[in-house]
Design a protein around this ligand. Structure first.
Ligand code: FMN
Length: 207
């Protein structure tokens, strides 16, 4: 498997072919790429809205600077990070860990207390930055998985997140970043452009 090929094939698609949709089977693989992404302590403090409804997509396009990817893609993945950590998030995680790994709940209590003392006292603005950072890891995995399946994608931060929060009815969550996924239009000029990237020797220092 030549991973570099995938990275070169992928580009931020500007024009999708709105007549092509991703199959259900491939959608499940893309969802797994997000579900299996690593998160801090494994807490997965985010939700992802997958929007295929055309009416909702057109509504969202209006608060996304009219970017056509919003309406023409097959699906929009809206990554929404939690802005608050609740005690129940930690309790749920500890219970899940106990049942999946077959560990007695009582053995995990101390770890749960540690997570609570560390995370529940964090100021809200710090929590929101910390959880938002983590959705970008899942976004990266999603885009690479798309490329491996020859599915196109465009990461999007050009949208009004407060308006998204209202439209999607979010509580204690913030829409952080979007991935529009689907199939490129043959008319998308961007696919023919050379990648603009710094040379390796100005990015990496081997010590
Ligand atoms: C976090 C993030 C936000 C982005 N937001 C937008 C966006 O709102 N609209 C858009 O057309 N491209 C957006 N892009 C795409 C970048 O402009 C693009 O990835 C970059 O120019 C490199 O080009 P390439 O991905 O085609 O190689 C975004 C990329 C990232 C990583």
């Amino acid at each position: 498997m030549d991973l570099t090929k995938f990275y070169n094939w992928r580009y931020a698609t500007k024009k999708f072919d709105s007549s092509k949709n991703i199959s259900k089977k491939e959608m499940e693989i893309l969802k797994e790429s997000i579900r299996l992404s690593p998160t801090s302590y494994g807490l997965q403090l985010f939700k992802v809205f997958i929007i295929e409804d055309e009416n909702l997509k057109s509504k969202l396009k209006k608060v996304s600077y009219n970017q056509s990817q919003i309406s023409d893609s097959s699906a929009l993945f809206v990554f929404c990070n939690f802005t608050k950590v609740k005690e129940s998030d930690i309790n749920d995680f500890i219970k899940l860990k106990s049942s999946i790994q077959g560990i007695e709940l009582s053995t995990l209590n101390k770890y749960g207390d540690f997570l609570k003392s560390t995370l529940l006292n964090k100021p809200e603005n710090e929590t929101a930055v910390w959880t938002a950072n983590q959705v970008y890891i899942a976004l990266g995995n999603l885009m690479t998985s798309c490329a491996a399946l020859k599915i196109d994608s465009c990461p999007i931060e050009g949208f009004q997140s407060e308006k998204y929060n209202t439209i999607l009815g979010l509580k204690n969550m913030n829409s952080a970043v979007i991935a529009a996924v689907g199939y490129r239009s043959s008319e998308d000029e961007s696919q023919n452009e050379n990648k603009v990237r710094k040379k390796s020797n100005s990015l990496f220092y081997h010590i």
